[in-house]
Design a binder for this molecule. Structure first.
Ligand code: ZN
Ligand code: ZN
Length: 198
């Protein structure tokens, strides 16, 4: 399994979490589509690869679990600044058996800017009949978004509906409700954000 670390800026904490694996660090800063070209190359290689984006800290054992898992599309969930956990391309592993089955998938993507690239790939994977990544726990996203963004967050407890403490929601996909004591599991079902995050 190849371990790919695309970067514009290196985050030492993210790199430290990959210790013990041969990491291919790839500079994608050339232009807005450099990251797309990397993905197209990885896809065309037919290799099994994992991509860890520059600001994602993989938890211990995650890369080994990606290597061991027989599923073709696997990912960790992580926090996104607009307010939710999800499995995008921050920490994702594809088996070559999948990419070789759909060699033209990267060509089908029209919008190739890095900022929406994982959504585009995921949309096209769905068009080819895949629903979503097999999930391997949660990774830590070092970039939380602009200051103040998450302060407007309102995620209600699945048990009692009382807003969950923002800090706990951001820190872990299993925030504990201070009101009723329930441990919410945001790793499994999509998070319901009951007021828009601006
Ligand atoms: Zn898996
Ligand atoms: Zn509650």
């Amino acid at each position: 399994m190849r371990v790919i670390y695309p970067f514009v800026t290196r985050f030492s904490e993210a790199l430290a979490a990959l210790e013990g694996w041969p990491v291919e660090e790839i500079d994608v800063s050339s232009d807005g589509e450099g990251y797309y070209r990397l993905w197209a190359d990885l896809w065309a290689s037919g290799d099994t690869f994992v991509v860890i984006e520059q600001d994602i800290v993989a938890p211990p054992g995650m890369l080994q679990s990606f290597e061991d898992c027989p599923e073709e599309w696997c990912a960790a969930i992580y926090w996104m600044p607009w307010g939710g956990f999800g499995a995008w391309f921050g920490a994702v592993r594809f088996r070559g058996s999948l990419t070789r089955r759909h060699p033209s998938l990267p060509d089908e993507i029209g919008e190739r800017h890095w900022s929406a690239l994982d959504s585009a790939f995921i949309n096209h994977l769905r068009l080819h009949g895949y629903s979503e990544a097999h999930r391997h726990g949660s990774a830590r996203h070092l970039t939380k978004g602009r200051p103040g963004l998450n302060e407007t967050l309102f995620i209600g407890c699945a048990e009692c509906g009382v807003p969950l403490p923002t800090e706990e929601v951001i820190a872990s996909p299993y925030p504990k409700c201070a009101a009723c004591g329930a441990v919410n599991n945001m790793a499994v079902s999509p998070v319901t954000v009951t007021s828009p995050v601006l």
